[in-house]
Write a protein that binds this ligand. Sequence first.
Ligand SMILES: Cc1ncc(COP(=O)(O)O)c(C=O)c1O
Length: 450
Amino acid sequence: MTMAPKPATAADPETKDFSKSRALQPKAHELIPGGSHTYAKGDDQFPEQSPGFMVRGKGCHAWDIDGNEFIEYGMGLRSVTLGHAYQPVIDAASRQMQLGANFSRPAKIEVDLAESMLEVIDGADMVKFAKNGSDVTTAAVKLARAYTGRDLVVICAEQPFFSTDDWFIGTTENNAGIPRAISEMTLKFRYNDLESLREIFNQHPAQIACVLFEAEAMTPPAPGFLQQVKGLCEQEGAILIFDEMITGFRWHLGGAQKFHGVTPHLSTFGKAMGNGFAIAALMGQREIMKLGGIDHDQPRVFLLSTTHGAETHALAASIETIRIYREQNVVEHLWRQGERLQELVNRSAAENRLQGYFEVLGRPCNLVYATRDQDRNPSQAFRTLFLQQLIRRGVIAPSFVVSFSHSDADLDQTAEAVYEAHRVYRQALDEGIEKYLSGRPVKPVNRRLN
Ligand SMILES: Cc1ncc(COP(=O)(O)O)c(C=O)c1O
């Protein structure tokens, strides 16, 4: 369904000029499978009339290759929590760069960041760094398997992503290239359904190494649920792992584990740790973590040993990011601005009679939205339309996840764009989306075929 762009009106501005982006896209796809290095940023995730390539950012604003300016949400897949090019973090990283990036022995700064992380994540005794969240969740699984001597892993069925590695991707729609034997070692329980987890333990006695999930994603835990999961894991001799990639430094400086008062045996962090610099962490109890060390008499666990895992300027960026989080109440700001944005968007949806069709979901520090069609079924086409209308008005919002740099003025400007996008959404519900959508709809990341 490809259509010519609509003529412009004041409330429905002409689409922006993306000619440089369009010209570069074929080359990007010729050189890079998927045209980008992260599927969630891919062309199939955005409307056709979108910025194809970004060149710079400042705060919550970003500019594309054609010079178009946007207010961004969920910047860098939620990694840029303070703001793009955030000066104190850049200064800390560049000071460290002058001193060298990587040596033959550990850099002192590895111990400094370990101390910073262990000060804020108070249930953990030890920490190991890496570059990607996927690597640390995979390391947590390996460690749990080594510690328990068991093979099976249990994850949460409703939560969409834990790692690019086989033990997880093997359970998704896009599992080509992954042996079934590996996929079959990962089982799924339902969130807020303790019985579904108990059933798995009953069906596989003494075989479950770990239960890994996000303490909270879109739905808050039922009272006592997380405590009961921990109790069940301990009763069954399995390791409880919280994936804090999204919740870490958002729900609370101490993570969702602090927010909900349940300390897992292991937990994994990334994204918010370094304001966009590549840094992730596996954290946990000494008893388990020490298996990755060189001072025990158990079989050795080859735990996170990467050339770039402790690249010094990423560690410096992370130390500075954590310092700013602690000193400037960043988490409070995220919740406050998220709440304000949620109110503005909900008001706009109500004024445009979109209740039941457009819904803001999640905690204020981590807002996403659902789009539904005339029959109230989830709709990628309506998501595309909403994205398209926002982009025309200078807002890129695959989510409504705010950063420390989202000011009231940014939110007000966003609210105006959202109101106009909602107005068009309503018209598309009434008159048919074909008339309003320019180009093909977006697609989910996890799918079997292109
Ligand atoms: C909950 C969760 N866990 C793990 C990961 C993997 O992190 P990374 O992309 O840094 O490998 C992600 C990434 O989006 C995530 O959202």
